[in-house]
Ligand binder design. Structure first.
Ligand code: NAD
Ligand code: UFG
Length: 345
């Protein structure tokens, strides 16, 4: 049976591109909208090389409601949305709060506004463990209190979750699955797609692999005086393909009315906390490649330690992150090497 079309906003981005691959593998026709502010259109070629299907692509900005109106008019069969489009760097958001509030919130409001009139049945929203702020206890369950966000970026995720809840509670004719990601890392095992932010990477792994290959001189470890065993921050690093697969399950849940709840929230993580220094060590062990690094001061807005209790997603979605951190590090390195072979980085 033909499956419903899914609109993937931010679909040429890092998590979006891996999710488009999994959606297409599961038989969903996809249309991507992306303004290419943090990605490039060649990602579509990589998706096609993996799946033998070229997703439809609209270059456009989701903060412009007229662009979205035209998109829905061109693709009247869209039944689900996965909203990845957002600005996403915690540190940058401390310096550019207006950019973050404008981009992340206007994108969501426009989509929610257009869903009902266009007969869209559900939206998967990319939230983040940043909504927990600095948690009192780890691992974190979905029941943990939402603490005051430590960055404008984190605040956009908290506000977005509230907006979705208010809109659905006000009687909107659609459902939402809110996915709180911990730290997605790695690349597709084919090395056809991976993380390739525009400019200097803000996130740890792309900075690390660019350092390992010699593009950057040295990786800065932001702080070794945190209250953790080795003093560096702790995160839950989850393989991006494992993460992408959870989105297909979420879409199926909404479109097939598998749950009678109109809003569901899931933590997506591995359940393992890993420090920055441990991660560097795992990368070096897994690849045999050294990463020059130095300890520098803390980065404003960073959380000390956070890792997931993913039991709810494991049970209810029947989903589990299974890829080892060593394999994930090897995939990130293979991707970086592929970029070098292609003369891109
Ligand atoms: P990304 O930057 O690689 O992808 C986001 C994509 O959205 C980019 O291709 C960008 O060009 C596009 N985009 C941004 N604003 C847009 C707009 N107004 N209109 C159209 N396209 C726009 O980021 P990612 O890592 O793939 O993150 C995807 C989502 O997941 C984001 O919402 C992010 O906040 C969330 N998230 C990411 C992480 C992470 O560590 N990567 C963790 C938790 C949550
Ligand atoms: N880090 C360094 N050096 C770097 C970059 C990062 O030491 O050059 C450290 C950070 O201090 C932090 C850890 O590596 O301790 C992870 O940092 P990232 O920037 O990779 O990730 P964040 O945890 O800050 O944030 C990311 C995404 C957010 C998302 C969040 C969820 O950027 O969008 O994960 O935890 F919300």
């Amino acid at each position: 049976m033909k499956k419903d079309r899914i609109l993937v906003t931010g679909g040429t981005g890092y998590i979006g591109s891996h999710t488009v691959v999994e959606l297409q593998k599961a038989g969903y026709p996809v249309v991507i909208i992306d303004n290419l502010s943090n990605s490039n259109a060649e990602v579509i070629d990589g998706i096609e090389r993996i799946t033998s299907v070229r997703p439809d692509f609209v270059e456009g900005d989701c903060t412009d409601i007229e662009t979205l109106r035209r998109l829905f008019a061109s693709f009247p069969d869209i039944k689900g949305i996965i909203n990845f489009a957002a600005s996403k760097a915690v540190g940058e958001s401390m310096h550019k709060p207006i950019l973050y509030y404008r981009n992340n919130l206007n994108t969501l409001l426009n989509l929610l506004d257009l869903m009902g009139p266009n007969g869209v049945k559900g939206i998967v929203f990319s939230s983040s463990c940043t909504v927990y702020g600095e948690p009192d206890e780890n691992p974190v369950t979905e029941a943990a209190p939402i603490k005051k966000a430590t960055s404008p970026y984190g605040n956009t995720k908290q506000i977005s979750e509230e907006i979705i809840t208010d809109v659905i509670n006000a009687g909107a004719p659609f459902k939402s699955v809110i996915l709180r990601y911990f730290n997605p890392v790695g690349a597709h095992p084919s090395a056809e797609i991976g993380e390739l932010p525009n400019g200097v990477p803000q996130n740890l792994i792309p900075y690390l692999t660019q350092t390992a290959i010699g593009i950057r001189q040295e990786l800065s470890v932001f702080g070794d005086d945190y209250n953790t065993p080795d003093g560096s921050c702790i995160r839950d690093y989850i393989n991006v393909v494992d993460l992408a697969q959870a989105h297909v399950i979420a879409v199926e849940r909404m479109l097939n009315d598998i749950s009678d709840k109109k809003i569901e929230i899931f933590n997506l993580g591995t359940g393992n906390g890993v420090s920055v220094l441990e991660l560097i060590h795992t990368f070096e062990e897994a690849t045999g490649v050294k990463v020059p690094h130095k300890i520098v001061g803390r980065r404003a807005g960073d959380i000390e330690k956070v890792w997931a209790n993913p039991a709810f997603a494991n049970e209810v979605l029947g989903w589990k992150a299974t890829t080892s951190l060593a394999d994930t590090m090897r995939s990130a390195w293979a991707w970086q090497c592929r970029l070098r072979e292609r003369g891109i980085m």
